[in-house]
Design a protein around this ligand. Structure first.
Ligand code: ZN
Length: 451
């Protein structure tokens, strides 16, 4: 299948040279960008006239909990911070089933695709007795929508009876977790060029996974050649927990467990001092910055400007739907930019830098060099915005900074994954949106026991 984007008005490539192309064609074949240039003499089954389109690399979301799509904006959670918020929600999440996971993953991926995302991480960490099929449901959803899914197999083994935060009914034993993690890697992980499926291993947090689980997970992941992910330094409560329980700050604790390095990316990484930032840099550990969630849960503001100055790789994540409360990557780019401006003023990274966090920064965090920019030889993952919109009049003269400084309040016009169109003229191509809405709405009411 060949796809030709004809006469693209502007291409923000996010490549190594930050190339900005004007009025070029992009020819994609077999899922790969084959040629970029003017008036290409090629034939394709599908041709899109892009003379009014801005083209960007597919966005990469590096942190999410898609199952939370059905437990957001709940009245009682509005004024809570992380620990109380989790404690309240575990009680709902213990009722999760395969249908909740299936429909919520479809909805989250749908919203992501409509905001230009082509690859998403998910961190599912609530596994119940009956939940061996949860990851199956997630990969089925991603296959249906034709998006790249990077599932991090989450885990919790430290419940209240052992001094952790989660309910006893939402954790598993270390043996169960390691067995299921190995099965997930064998069944789904594909490290080849253009892969649509990856697995990483991801103990949930220092207050829901014990030291032995972190250590054994790190060992298993490195033996199997997959990456590692966890929540870290999200709140002062977490810092208090590790200081009290282990007499160590959270990053020091991770270092003691060998859960740090170039194959690791942390979600949040907010409460870090200068020495700890230096350690992230020297170990080449990446960060998933989740500004909307951090604002909603009043967790704090990550030191993104200091990270960028040190050369730490920063990516962006929407975080779980219950703390965002959405899955819109363009919103995340804009919120990241604005939040950093509040804290850092004119020394903040510029608007384009935040786009790069959501593209090439994301690719680096998850260890992929075949996505994250528009260049010959890379996977054909892109999205297009028709600039003939009232809200974009006068706003498109600087396409590199537009998504962060202006944003986009509607769906993107096209999203392309692996050379295939998955959003066309603002609508999902591979799923009936209306039917998904009604089925998901019905399931949410059942799950939350709402009438
Ligand atoms: Zn999270």
């Amino acid at each position: 299948m060949a796809l030709l984007l004809r006469n693209v008005r502007c291409v923000v490539s996010c490549d190594e040279n930050d190339t900005l192309y004007e009025r070029v064609d992009i020819f994609c074949e077999d899922g790969v960008i084959k040629e970029i240039g003017k008036d290409l003499d090629v034939a394709a089954e599908k041709v899109i006239n892009c003379s009014n389109m801005l083209c960007y690399p597919g966005l990469i979301n590096t942190h999410h909990h898609m199952y939370q799509f059905f437990s957001r904006n709940l009245p009682k959670t509005q004024n809570m911070e992380l620990f109380d918020w989790l404690t309240y929600l575990y009680d709902i999440w213990k009722n999760m089933d395969r249908e909740v996971v299936s429909f919520s993953t479809k909805c989250a991926l749908a919203e992501l695709a409509k905001s230009g995302c082509t690859t998403s991480v998910d961190h599912h960490y609530v596994f119940l007795d009956s939940s061996s099929e949860f990851l199956d449901a997630q990969f089925e959803a991603a296959d249906l929508l034709k998006m790249r899914l990077y599932a991090t197999r989450g885990s919790m083994n430290l419940s209240r009876k052992d001094g952790g935060l989660p309910l006893d009914s939402v954790v598993q034993t270390t043996d169960e977790i390691l067995r299921d993690s190995m099965n997930a890697i064998e069944k789904y992980n594909d490290n080849s060029f253009g892969s649509m499926r990856n697995i990483a291993l991801a103990p949930c947090s220092p207050f829901s996974a014990d030291a032995d689980l972190y250590r054994q997970t790190a060992y298993l992941a490195r033996e199997a050649g997959v990456r590692l992910h966890t929540h870290l330094c999200e709140t002062k409560d977490e810092e208090h927990f590790t200081k009290t329980a282990f007499n160590m700050r959270p990053l020091e604790y991770m270092q003691s467990l060998d859960f740090i390095g170039e194959d690791v990316w942390y979600a949040h990484a907010i409460h870090l001092n200068d020495e700890e930032l230096d350690l992230l840099k020297s170990t080449n550990t990446s960060v998933s910055h989740c500004p909307t969630s951090n604002m909603k849960l009043a967790s704090g503001v990550a030191r993104i400007s200091d990270m960028v100055k040190r050369g730490i790789n920063v990516s962006l994540g929407v975080d779980g739907s219950a703390s965002n409360d959405g899955s819109n990557m363009i919103c995340e780019i804009r919120n990241g930019y604005l939040l950093s401006r509040v804290i850092n003023g004119k020394s903040s990274p510029d608007a384009y830098e935040f786009l790069k966090m959501a593209t090439c920064g994301g690719a680096k965090a998850i260890g992929r060099d075949d996505i994250g920019s528009i260049a010959v030889g890379k996977c054909a993952d892109m999205f297009l915005i028709d600039k003939r919109k009232i809200e974009l009049v006068g706003a498109t003269y600087s396409p590199k900074s537009m998504l962060a400084s202006v944003g986009l309040n509607s769906s993107v016009d096209y999203t392309i994954v692996n050379g295939e169109i998955i959003v066309e003229e603002g609508h999902l191509k591979n799923i009936d949106e209306e039917e998904l809405f009604y089925q998901s709405h019905k399931k949410t009411k059942e799950y939350l026991n709402f009438n």
